[in-house]
Write a protein that binds this ligand. Structure first.
Ligand code: BG6
Length: 473
């Protein structure tokens, strides 16, 4: 009983949320660099406000982030001290191809990640690498309109060829696109899409999505050709929708909301566009332009495993007055659940439901690659935080995760919680929304020493890993 012996335990981060050094090592700019903190952030994230260059009025937190670029050795040593057996991180595309359409990669960028992977290996930490975590070089955004152009497929293919060959033997686990479904709700952050007034947003988004899905299949193909040991996963922003009431209309609404997300994984894992999506496109006049051979690529090169992030469940209803869009997904408030300080509803059992739903639907190994609590931490003078609220959240979720394995028979490869070290929030751009076991002295506007210190949860997670999830006290 219990989790598999080789269960992978660790934490997850994304390049733009922790590296900083946005203009070092010949790195080019990416969409994610140009999203400021503050009240204008949302419109930029949603692709409604065009921000293709920095201005003096805004603060852009990704520029410096938590300076992992210069401090990765210290940070990975702390992960190793907790006993991590895996570390999920992402590659910044614009470190490897600064503009995006170059023929030759940037050696400094390649070398940086090689050093990071070697540092992980030194501690027997298995790197789990997201090829794109929301980022797209600005060169590709400006010249081609990002993923709405077919050309992006070949630039991404070039990136994959380079990194799979260069990191052969160092990296085995790959994720093609972080939270691939987020592009639907946050097109600029999720896929570099700025949506002009003259276009049909759904048409542009689904065309871009088709290109990403094809690119993901090609990545899977190349990964297996370069090294049969490679394992490639898709990555979904998950968390099931419940019907707000048992009114049949609410039940069907929840079904439709869930399908909006499963659509991506249906294609990446089953290998074809599901009928409900084809019917929707027909009804809404969405015309996806495909190239010959696309359907075959999708069918032949499906993923090896299904990974997902899980923070919360949501409620669906046809009663629009109940809906709030506190987060990028509009949903109704569940009266049975408590919320985090940012209004995310906390639902440990929902993780078990989500695991079961995905496993029954895809019958492939699953990997939880994000889960955690964003909270305000108050450190003492040494940077120590008594973060029992974080421990409680994680204990509850890990318990239900183990039940899904033990009681339901879900095949689960590992668990990487989100943000083992405090980093910039993707949603709000704040540093104040902290997830880490390691406190970082930095505020929303870049002030602070960047000093790292261990929180109470650091020692708790270390015990959890050492006992393979048996000791959760
Ligand atoms: C996921 C993303 O949406 O959730 C991460 O993959 C993100 O990039 C995480 O940071 C937590 O969200 P937030 O908005 O609290 O940072």
């Amino acid at each position: 009983m219990g989790l598999r012996k080789d269960f992978l335990w660790g934490g997850a981060t994304a390049a733009n949320q922790l590296e900083g050094a946005y203009n070092e090592g010949n790195r080019g700019l990416a969409n994610v660099d140009l999203i400021p903190v503050g009240e204008d952030r949302k419109d930029v994230v949603l692709g409604k406000r065009k921000m293709f260059e920095f201005d003096d009025e805004h603060f852009y937190p990704a520029k410096g982030a938590i300076d992992f670029y210069h401090r990765y050795k210290e940070d990975i040593a702390l992960f190793a001290e907790m006993g991590f057996t895996t570390y999920r991180m992402s590659i910044a595309w614009s470190r490897i191809f600064p503009v995006g359409d170059e023929e030759t990669p940037n050696e400094e960028g390649l070398k940086f990640y090689e050093d990071v992977f070697k540092e992980c290996r030194k501690y027997n930490i298995e790197p789990l690498v997201t090829i794109t975590h929301f980022d797209c070089p600005m060169g590709l955004v400006e010249k081609y309109g990002s993923w709405r152009s077919r050309k992006l497929v070949s630039f991404y293919e070039r990136l994959c060829n380079v990194i799979f060959n260069r990191y052969k033997g160092l990296v085995k686990y790959w994720l093609t696109f972080n939270e691939i479904n987020v592009i639907l709700h946050a097109p600029f952050m999720g896929g570099g899409l700025y949506i002009g007034d003259d276009e049909n947003p759904e048409q542009s988004k689904y065309q871009a999505i088709h290109h990403e899905l094809v690119a993901s299949a090609i990545a899977t193909k190349i990964a297996h050709e370069v090294d049969p040991e490679n394992k490639v996963g898709c990555m979904l922003a998950a968390g099931v929708y419940y019907p707000l009431t048992c009114k049949p209309e609410d039940v069907f609404e929840a079904h439709e909301k869930n399908r909006e997300s499963y659509f991506f994984i249906d294609v990446q894992s089953r290998g074809y566009y599901p009928n409900y999506a084809l019917k929707k496109f027909e009804r809404e006049g969405i015309n996806i332009i495909k190239e010959d051979g696309d359907d075959e690529l999708l069918r032949k090169y499906t993923v090896d495993f299904v990974s997902f992030s899980y923070y919360q469940t949501r409620c669906a209803t046809v009663d629009k007055s109940e809906l709030t869009d506190g987060n990028i997904f509009a949903s109704a408030k569940n009266p049975y659940l408590k919320s985090s300080e940012w209004g995310w509803q906390i639902d440990g059992l929902g993780l078990r439901t989500t695991l079961n739903t995905l496993y029954e639907r895809y019958q492939k190994p699953l990997f939880i690659v994000e889960n955690g609590l964003g909270a305000v931490d108050i450190p003492d003078e040494n940077g120590y935080v008594e973060d029992d609220y974080r421990i409680d959240y994680m204990r509850e979720h890990i318990k239900h995760m183990i039940d899904a394995v033990d009681l339901d028979g879900v095949d689960l490869l590992g668990y990487t919680m989100w943000g083992p070290i405090d980093l910039v929030s993707a949603g709000t751009g704040e540093m104040k929304k902290r997830y880490g076991f390691i406190y970082v002295d930095r505020d929303n506007y870049g002030n602070g020493t960047l000093k790292r210190s261990r929180k109470k949860s650091f020692y708790w997670y270390k015990k959890v890993i050492a006992s393979n999830g048996q000791d959760l006290d």
